[in-house]
Design a binder for this molecule. Structure first.
Ligand code: SF4
Length: 318
């Protein structure tokens, strides 16, 4: 029987960002330099496939530093860590490499600057996300208050509205964040903040690409992990921009083909921690069922590359 036609709109940019590429490279180089095992505190990036590939090479993933034995190197994940973690590593004389994305570190420095200037800081972000835990842990308890949505921004009470600043998680919905910032600026006109927000280029570009394809899609698949903030935001962005049937899948085996029955146009994108090989896997699964035509929709190109820590770049290390 002839296969039914399916047009795939492939969002671009999608998938790995410069911070994720750098974090993976740090683990791989550390394994080559020090030999396995190399411990990693928290999933280096939120993707099972990536974590398992690194485990196969000699990485051991743990949640807390007290699970790392003495004398082995440890790497901190791309999401950033509270200051107490490198302090604890130093006390234990552990060799550690910090794989925090430079764009997350930039937010940490912003927070420190506001704190030095005597400002109370509002962090716009999601409770419990490792990046939020890491950012809040840059300063003494109580220096940063978390606001998750516009309603919380409306209800926020601060001791001195003239001494207030905001920072944001890097992987939020651009549109939701603008709304929250508008509430804060209306209620506290003197609030300081970054020029736009701290949402990173990769999160912004992936959301823009989804906005471009969503209105033309009957359904849209976001390849990414359930605990990946930027992937979850891509599903919401698609739903808000005209594609109600938007779903997160970790890989092809998770696709609910019943929900894709009878569709003619499918959007595909991937979160910043999802490797392209998983996108290819989903496309191949579509090709088994449909006569596929692929149209890549590119909203911008990216050429961001972050430097690796010097400890891992000296030639003697290789
Ligand atoms: S999503 Fe943005 S902040 Fe997070 S690792 Fe990638 S570039 Fe860095």
């Amino acid at each position: 029987m002839a296969k039914r036609p399916l047009t795939i709109f492939l969002a671009s940019p999608r998938g790995f960002c410069a911070g994720v590429e750098r974090a993976i490279e740090i683990v791989e180089r550390a394994i080559r330099k020090y030999g396995p095992p190399v411990y990693v505190r928290h999933e280096i990036v939120h993707n099972r496939y990536v974590v398992e590939a690194l485990q196969a090479k000699g990485a051991v993933f743990v949640e807390e530093l007290n699970e790392v034995p003495d004398g082995v190197p440890v790497i901190f994940s791309a999401h950033g860590v509270p200051k107490s973690i490198p302090n604890e590593a130093q006390n234990r004389k552990l060799l550690y490499v910090d794989a925090t994305c430079p764009l997350v570190s930039k937010v940490h420095r912003e927070a420190e600057r506001h704190h030095r200037d005597g400002r109370q800081i509002v962090l716009i972000g999601h409770a419990g996300h490792p990046e939020v835990i890491g950012t809040m842990g840059q300063l003494p308890e109580g220096s940063i208050v978390l606001v998750e949505d516009a309603a919380q921004a409306e209800a926020l009470e601060v001791p001195d509205p003239a001494m207030l600043a905001y920072i944001t998680q890097t992987t939020l919905s651009v549109d939701d964040t603008v709304e929250i910032i508008e509430v804060l600026q209306r209620r506290f006109p003197e609030i300081s903040g970054p020029k736009k927000e701290d949402i990173c280029y990769a999160t912004t570009n992936r959301q823009e690409a989804v906005k471009a394809i969503a209105p033309h899609c009957d359904a849209l698949l976001v390849v990414g992990a359930p605990n990946s903030s930027n992937s979850a935001r891509l599903v919401e962005v698609a739903q808000k921009h005209g594609c109600r049937t938007a779903m997160l899948v970790q890989r092809a085996a998770e696709v609910d083909w019943g929900r894709l029955d009878r569709i003619e146009r499918l959007g595909i994108t991937a979160g910043a921690s999802a490797p392209e090989i998983l996108v290819e896997e989903v496309i191949a699964a579509c090709q088994q069922r449909y006569e596929v035509e692929i149209q890549e929709v590119t909203v911008t190109s990216e050429n961001v590359v972050f430097k690796l820590p010097r400890l891992l770049t000296s030639t003697a290390a290789e």
